[in-house]
Design a binder for this molecule. Structure first.
Ligand SMILES: *Cc1c(COP(=O)(O)O)cnc(C)c1O
Length: 484
């Protein structure tokens, strides 16, 4: 092979780009210089690795292609030399409905529309229609929370971790009493004791790991060590056996007798009764407020099924105090999240949450429909082109399998929903999982007993065909090189 043995200069590359039919056009020359240098650095590395050098015109086409992608807001090339993959679209076939690593809840259509509208034009975000002066920031979403929970007032933060950190600040320099059974790590290394300390409050540990009674709290409240009682939903683990936790209403009554505030971190904050779908009953924000909690906090992107947000609901005086806390400003969500959250919450009031909100649709999906879809994906795979390359020794077997989906996202630990999956055996499972992950769209599955399973419950039904195509492509890649 022949070709240039060294790359062109940056100037020569830019001249070649100007000469190309596409040309650099109105592009800012100074802004594109780093990418031009990167193209040349890649070329130098390729030549050093033994590749034939490319002509300046070819390098110019490479540069222009990457610039075009950037101009469209896209990554400059998935898997490309200098290209960082962007947010690669994924088909979630894990059976974990709220997969934190996959971005938790997909938004309902109404939330996407509301977000688009909020992003594309100015809005009455903080302007009072009547006075024309500054008003409260997007009241609509707080009014929705009030309507759904029966709270006196509500406040929305960036996420629930922020909501908890802000709320425990109500203790001032006083103590925050937490049961030893609820001193949890939420995930990502975030721990309740650290959140309390960082809020400037003092942690008062109460009871034991497995058993905590109202009397344990009363001791901490009676001698004034604690000003706040914090209940934390042990959302990502379950305790069984010799365990006891105080009744919410009894604990609230005792706390109030001693002038303390009760904050209940619900984690997921289900706004529908999970028992309707064959799951354990998850306490709702309304129930906990009725049981006497002064404030409840929960996430927007767990069982609410909307955008990332933290929701604080409860007593008007306390919420107002939090609203005026300077930290609230540091934790406030942007207009897009607020608009999307308001739209999501309206679906609950409209009585269509279980059909219009993707995560509830997934939770509610009937078993026979999942079986039908799994069989459908199998049929598409069986009827199309060969699943493995000609001459491959790989013996791939496909089947439909009964599996169990979970809620995930630190919600309803130990609870499972029966489901149906496409099961693929005959290949090293990690190799196939990697091939599925490497495709576009990427497919994320899991392994049960050496079999790769793709759970249909967490796959949007409109993606079933794409799933089949992605599986076929991944099988081709995973079995390349296994030729006889
Ligand atoms: C998930 C969770 C949090 C954190 O919520 P984010 O919205 O992820 O910040 C806090 N507390 C509990 C009990 C949780 O389950």
């Amino acid at each position: 092979m022949t070709g240039p043995r060294r790359p062109p200069s940056v100037d020569a590359l830019l001249r070649a780009a100007e000469a190309d039919a596409a040309g650099l056009g109105a592009r800012d020359r100074a802004a594109v210089l780093p990418l031009a240098r990167a193209v040349i650095a890649d070329e130098r590395a390729a030549i050093a690795g033994g590749a034939a050098g490319r002509a300046p015109a070819d390098l110019a086409a490479d540069l222009l292609g990457r610039l075009e992608a950037l101009a469209n807001g896209e990554p400059e090339g998935i898997g490309g030399p200098a290209g960082q993959p962007g947010l690669v679209p994924v088909i979630n076939a894990t059976g974990v409905i709220l997969h934190t690593n996959l971005g938790r809840a997909p938004w309902p259509e109404a939330a996407i529309e509301a977000a688009r509208a909020a992003a594309s034009a100015p809005s009455m975000l903080e302007l009072d229609v009547d006075t024309g002066r500054r008003g409260r920031r997007f009241r609509a979403v707080e009014d929705e929370v009030v309507a759904l929970t029966g709270a006196e007032d509500a406040l929305v933060t960036n996420n629930n971790a922020a909501a908890v950190a802000l709320a425990v600040g109500l203790a001032g320099r006083g103590g925050v009493a937490v049961s030893r059974g609820e001193l949890v790590e939420i995930g990502g290394g975030v721990r309740i004791p650290e959140i309390v300390r960082r809020a400037g409050a003092r942690l008062v540990e109460v009871g034991t790991t497995n058993r905590t009674r109202v009397a344990d709290f009363e001791a901490a409240l009676a001698d004034g060590r604690a000003k706040v009682v914090l209940r934390v939903h042990p959302s990502n683990f379950a305790q069984t056996g010799f365990v006891e936790a105080p009744d919410a209403a009894e604990l609230a009554a005792v706390a109030h007798r001693h002038g303390a505030i009760v904050i209940d971190d619900l984690g997921s904050g289900a706004l529908l009764d999970t028992a309707r779908f064959g799951l354990a009953h998850e306490p709702t924000p309304r129930e906990r407020l009725e049981a006497g909690a002064d404030l409840v906090t929960f996430s927007g992107d767990k069982l609410v099924g909307g955008p990332q947000a933290g929701i604080i609901a409860g007593r008007a005086g306390l919420v107002e105090k939090l609203r005026r806390d300077p930290l609230a400003r540091a934790m406030r969500p942007d207009k897009v999240a607020l608009a999307a959250l308001a739209a999501t919450l309206r679906l609950y009031r409209g009585g269509v949450a279980h059909t219009a909100i993707p995560i509830w649709r997934q939770i509610a999906a009937p078993l026979d429909e999942l079986e039908r879809r799994a069989s459908g994906v199998l049929a598409v795979l069986a009827s199309g082109p060969a699943l493995v390359p000609d001459g491959s020794r790989a013996k791939v077997a496909l089947a439909v399998d009964r599996v169990e989906s979970t809620i995930g996202g630190g919600s309803l630990p130990g609870q499972a929903l029966p489901s149906w999956a496409v099961a693929i055996s005959g290949l090293a499972p990690q190799r196939l999982l990697a091939a599925l992950r490497g495709g576009e769209p990427a497919v994320i599955g899991r392994v049960i007993d050496d079999v790769v399973v793709l759970d249909l419950r967490t796959v949007d039904p409109t993606d079933d065909h794409r799933l089949a195509d992605a599986v076929r492509a991944a099988l081709q890649r995973a079995t390349l090189g296994t030729r006889a």
